[in-house]
Design a binder for this molecule. Sequence first.
Ligand SMILES: [Zn+2]
Length: 475
Amino acid sequence: MEKRRAEIAQLVDDRKDIFIDMSHQIWGFAEPRFQEYKSSELQQKVMEELGFKNTVGLAGEETAFIAEWGSGKPVIAILGEFDALSGLSQEADCDVHTPVAGMDQGHGCGHNILGAASASAAAAVKEYMEKHNLPGTIRYYGCPAEENAGGKAFLVRDGFFDDCDIAICWHPNQFNMVSAGGSLANFRVFYTFHGTSAHAAGAPHLGRSALDAVEIMNVGVNYMREHMISDARVHYAVIDTGGTAPNVVQSRAQVLYAIRAPKVTEVQELKRRIDNIAKGAALITETTVEIKQVSAYSNTISNAVIEKQLGAHLSAFVPVEYTDEEMEYARKFTKVITDLDRKNMPELLKKVLPNKEDFNKWNGAAIYNFVAPTTVLGRGSTDVGDVSWVVPTAQISTATWAPGTAGHSWQATAQAKGPVADKGLVVAAKTMACAAMDFMTDPELVAAARAQWIEDLDGETYPNPLPKGYMPEIW
Ligand SMILES: [Zn+2]
């Protein structure tokens, strides 16, 4: 075990420059969902040069691809992402909020590191298998549009994971940890109201306001909050208010809802209620409403068997050696987090490290250079959840930025191609590659993960929450 781990780690180290460069280039491309053309192409090129065979353009997603090497069972999937986020442009390494001129997107969720580390892990697995003449198939899944569109759900729906035995993923974070615990299922739904415009003073009785309908719908949903399960989350953004002229009755208005709950079936039920509220708002205002669901993320079924392997390897690669400059780099970013994030930090750390001595040791550190015990922290959503319904799946996170740095922030964009991110990339790649090899060479371990997965599903099957026939689109 130790020997193999060291050998795989060396394989990752041998090629780390390629993948750190990949991460940095993708950071610079900063392409939004379903438009990750350069990011996808670069990864395809690197994987092809390393001997992988690419299948490009999957499930209606032009930027999705699978890089595969080897043959036969088992089939191990390592998942990558590479989309950027709107409004999070930021100069690299800069601790003052400074958007890059002319650029709106930024890698504020670190998906540039995510894809590169996963590709690096797959490359190391391939090298090891080739060297030791081992059977099996390793795949890197280039998965677009994790943010907002749930790209993986389309890949799952169209069967691209059907023959996989194990799936492994990771995410940039402030903590090194195995990410157990379910993410929330999440639907995105557009509600578009159509009314009749009129002069708001001259003939208001001849107008029917779509904006009124949006406002009434939101009020209705906010009243619904009292009567929904407490773990549910509902939030909205008004996309179109119908214009900027108050003297015109707005004939079109649009609101986008994110509806989340621990289980897909619970989200489906909430959506049914919210649809009814929208229809009620249309009735009240004598407008019409169009309802269009554009994405669906399922909750995650985490897998304790895979997590155990990942956790053992992660503990072997952390703590990481940082230079004084790197510590200084991270420290500078601990100083520019928001006051609320700073206030929340000890509470969060206490959750992760309930032992007082451990807490005191790390509270105020420039980098959380330890492996946190598996803890359920904030509950976001990820389309890795959809994969986990059809393949036993587990995830880790590694420390890629300073403590307190929030995901989806300019502070995260700034650090996502910095030295801490680069080291987090390497730790993630090593950990995932080692765990992948455990499953590649041990059919009993694969069977154990599968048995655990069947037990955890408890008779449920993938609820396939995407609207029937709906294809990925840019919205
Ligand atoms: Zn993310």
